[in-house]
Each structure stands twice: as structure tokens, then as C-alpha cells.
Design a protein around this ligand. Structure first.
Ligand code: FDA
Length: 319
């Protein structure tokens, strides 16, 4: 097996582990494995509790970054659990607000009811949008698998009629996104542009490639023709250089956003050069899902994880 083949094998295995309920239960129930993996996961997550996220957020804000906050979770099919997850987001918004945090709160709609019933998700979205508005915060809706995109966009359009403080994430890798953008840009919310994180068939999405970078820049250009607030969310240095070169990062309505723990050096450099830099901080008991995704999208992180188990990173200090 050559290097590329082994990387593909590792990536697919890590993605399967991330989604496996059996793997999750195994990790949770193993008293020795759980703390070891949790040590490594802390490179990418603030901790298991909202207070951990707020604490790291306050440190980053004091260093001149802005922050997004998310309690990790998706695809919840139990109504009571969806209510509890919605309540957790409400508490997160309140805690951030009471700490004077000017933060964005991000979530996936499948985390708060979309897998059960569209109206349940909508009602939860109303509660959260209202609470966020009370504290002057933005609520960002995440992008999920393409099978959910129509439903997510419909909910976004519905909520936007009453709450302009809600924004949405668009995935550059989907062929449909150019068309979607034409509609989404009619609404007032922030648009976050990402490459896309899910395994999608080649008929509907581009793989990581030069072509995808070019598509991202094209979409960025279209976004720049609007006055909407925009987040370019990527760690791709060449892509960032391309949009910086076009002058897009100089616009007052634009920010550069990266996942907490991923390329802190690059986000710090951009902040020091005067660009608006935002870190996306996650927390929660479902950290294993998020952690294995971070390993899967960049398998060299596996070596880091091994090192972190021995000597845990103190990531907030790397910013
Ligand atoms: P790409 O994957 O090509 O990576 C470019 C380079 O970045 C790599 O070569 C490596 O140097 C570095 N890098 C990337 N990932 C790394 C990692 N885990 N560890 C270390 N280095 C890494 N997706 C989605 O489908 N729906 C969503 O709602 C969101 N939301 C979201 C919010 C924010 C703030 C960010 C930054 C990203 C998302 N994503 C997302 C994820 C996004 O779609 C994408 O999968 C990741 O950002 C990785 O893609 P890049 O653009 O970084 O490029």
C-alpha cells in the first residue's frame, strides 16, 4: 500500500468512527480510553461544559479575536433530547451575554429537532433567535449533508423574515450553491462560506482540488457584490491568499473564521496583519464526533493526537 492509499484508508476509518454509535459507547464506557482520547481532543474542543467554552472565548477576545460558540451535536431523533439541547443553547447564549461576550452562536438544525419535525426545529430556532437578539448576538446555522440542504434553506428563509440576526453556512463544494446563493443573498443574514465537510457523490460536489478553490473564489466574488456580512471560513492558506489578494478581507463586512485549534498560527498571523479573525470554539459531551472529524480531514493530526496524549496542548496559549 502506498502513502496515498493508506491516507485514504485512515480518513475513511476515522469518518466511520466519528459517526459510529458503537464506537461512541465504547469510548464513553472505557474508563481508561475516555480520558486519554479526551486529552487529545482538547486540541480542538474547549471542554465538556459551556463554562469551558466561555472561559476560552474570554481569553481569545482579550487577545483581539472574535468568537463563535457551538455545543457539539447533530442528528438527534429524540424529542425530549432536542428540547434539552435547545435549552443548552439558550443557557449558552445567556452565559455569553451575561459575560458581555460579543459572540456568534452556531448550531446544526438536526441538533435541535429537524430530524423529527420541521416545525419543532423552527420553534426552537425562534426561541434561540429571540434570545440571541436580546443579547445582540448572531445565530449561525451550519450546513449538513446535501440531503438536508433544501430543508435547512427553507427554515433559514422562514426565520429570516422575523430575525435578521440569523445567518447561514453555504458549502462551496456543492454544484447547487451558485444557484442557492442567488436566493439566500436576498435575506439579510450573515453568510459563512466553507468548502464542505461531508462525503458527497461526485455528481453533485467537487472534491478538494484547484477547481474547488477557484469555485470558492468565484462565490466569494459574488458575495462581495452584496453588502451582507460574510465569513470566509477556511484554513487553506493559498485560498486565503487569493481572497486577500482580491481585497475581500479588507472589507468592513468580512471576517476570516477558523476552527479552534486548527492553524492557530495562521489565524494569529492574519489578526496581527489587521484582519478580522474569528475562532470557532466548540464544547460538549459529544466531542468524540467532532474530534474524529478533525482527524479525518487532516490525518497527520493522528500523530499530533498521540503526542497530545503524552503532553497535552494548551491551545489557548497558541493564539
Ligand atoms: P482543506 O480541507 O483543503 O484544508 C486546507 C489546509 O488546511 C490543509 O492542507 C491543512 O493545512 C489545513 N487543515 C484543514 N483541516 C485541518 C485540520 N483538521 N487540522 C489541521 N490542519 C487542517 N463544513 C460543513 O460542511 N458545514 C458547516 O457548517 C461547516 N462549518 C464550519 C465553520 C467554520 C468556522 C469552519 C472553519 C469550517 C466549517 N466547516 C463546515 C468545515 C469546512 O467545510 C471544511 O471541511 C474545513 O474547514 C476544512 O477545509 P479547508 O477550507 O480548511 O480546506
Amino acid at each position: 500500500m502506498n502513502e496515498t492509499e493508506s491516507l485514504i484508508l485512515a480518513t475513511n476509518a476515522l469518518k466511520s468512527i466519528a459517526r459510529s454509535e458503537q464506537a461512541k459507547q465504547f469510548i464513553k464506557n472505557d474508563e481508561e480510553l475516555y480520558p486519554l482520547l479526551f486529552r487529545a481532543a482538547q486540541r480542538f474542543i474547549a471542554g465538556e461544559h459551556r463554562e469551558d467554552a466561555i472561559s476560552d472565548a474570554l481569553t481569545l477576545l482579550s487577545k483581539g479575536y472574535s468568537v463563535s460558540l457551538e455545543c457539539i451535536g447533530e442528528n438527534i431523533r429524540d424529542e425530549q433530547q432536542c428540547i434539552e439541547e435547545k435549552d443548552e443553547f439558550i443557557e449558552l447564549i445567556r452565559l455569553a451575554g451575561n459575560n458581555g461576550l460579543d459572540a456568534t452562536v452556531s448550531l446544526d438544525l438536526s441538533h435541535i429537532g429537524m430530524m423529527i419535525d420541521e416545525d419543532l426545529a423552527y420553534n426552537h430556532l425562534v426561541d434561540l433567535s429571540r434570545e440571541a437578539a436580546l443579547h445582540g448576538m448572531t445565530l449561525m446555522i451550519g450546513a449538513e449533508e446535501s440531503a438536508k440542504t433544501d430543508q435547512i434553506h427553507a427554515l433559514y428563509k422562514r426565520i429570516s423574515e422575523s430575525y435578521p440576526n440569523v445567518g447561514i453556512t453555504l458549502q462551496a463544494y456543492l454544484n447547487r450553491t451558485e444557484r442557492d446563493l442567488e436566493q439566500i443573498k436576498q435575506y439579510p443574514g450573515r453568510i459563512r462560506l466553507v468548502k464542505g465537510a461531508y462525503q458527497e457523490p461526485s455528481e453533485i460536489a467537487l472534491p478538494r482540488s484547484e477547481q474547488l478553490r477557484a469555485k470558492y473564489v468565484q462565490l466569494a466574488e459574488r458575495l462581495m457584490a452584496t453588502d451582507l456580512p460574510v465569513s470566509f471560513a477556511t484554513h487553506d492558506e493559498d485560498l486565503i491568499e487569493a481572497i486577500r489578494h482580491c481585497g475581500y478581507l479588507d472589507r468592513p463586512n468580512v471576517e476570516l473564521e477558523m476552527l479552534y485549534g486548527v492553524r492557530p498560527d495562521l489565524l494569529k498571523k492574519m489578526k496581527c496583519e489587521g484582519y478580522r479573525a474569528k475562532a470557532y470554539i466548540t464544547y460538549g459531551k459529544e466531542w468524540h464526533l467532532y474530534f474524529f472529524h478533525r482527524l479525518a480531514e487532516y490525518p497527520p493530526n493522528m500523530f499530533r493526537a498521540i503526542a497530545d496524549i503524552v503532553t497535552p496542548s494548551i491551545k489557548v496559549e497558541t493564539y
